[in-house]
Design a protein around this ligand. Structure first.
Ligand code: FES
Length: 80
């Protein structure tokens, strides 16, 4: 996950095309929520995930989810 923002408590809604994505987990990326390799030299590794068809996704930004990188509603939001 990107740098967790528990106070935010809302997912990041994006429509993604099919492909492989890397969710930033260090919070240093200049292209959040995606990795730009800024984690190099640190302990964090990006979270790889696949999108098979164009779809709207809700990426967790709070760090409470049990279904990373996706929001599972642990923040109080109800993903459709
Ligand atoms: S934003 Fe983290 S569970 Fe919803």
């Amino acid at each position: 996950m990107s740098k967790m923002n528990i106070e935010a408590g809302m997912p990041i809604a994006l429509t993604l095309e099919p492909g492989t994505y890397y969710r930033c987990t260090c919070g240093k990326s200049q292209h959040l929520p995606f990795c730009d390799e800024s984690h190099r030299g640190g302990d964090s590794q990006p979270l790889r995930f696949e999108i098979r068809s164009r779809q709207k996704v809700y990426l967790c930004s709070c760090g409470k989810t049990g279904k990373a990188p996706y929001c599972d509603g642990s923040c109080g939001f109800s993903p459709p």
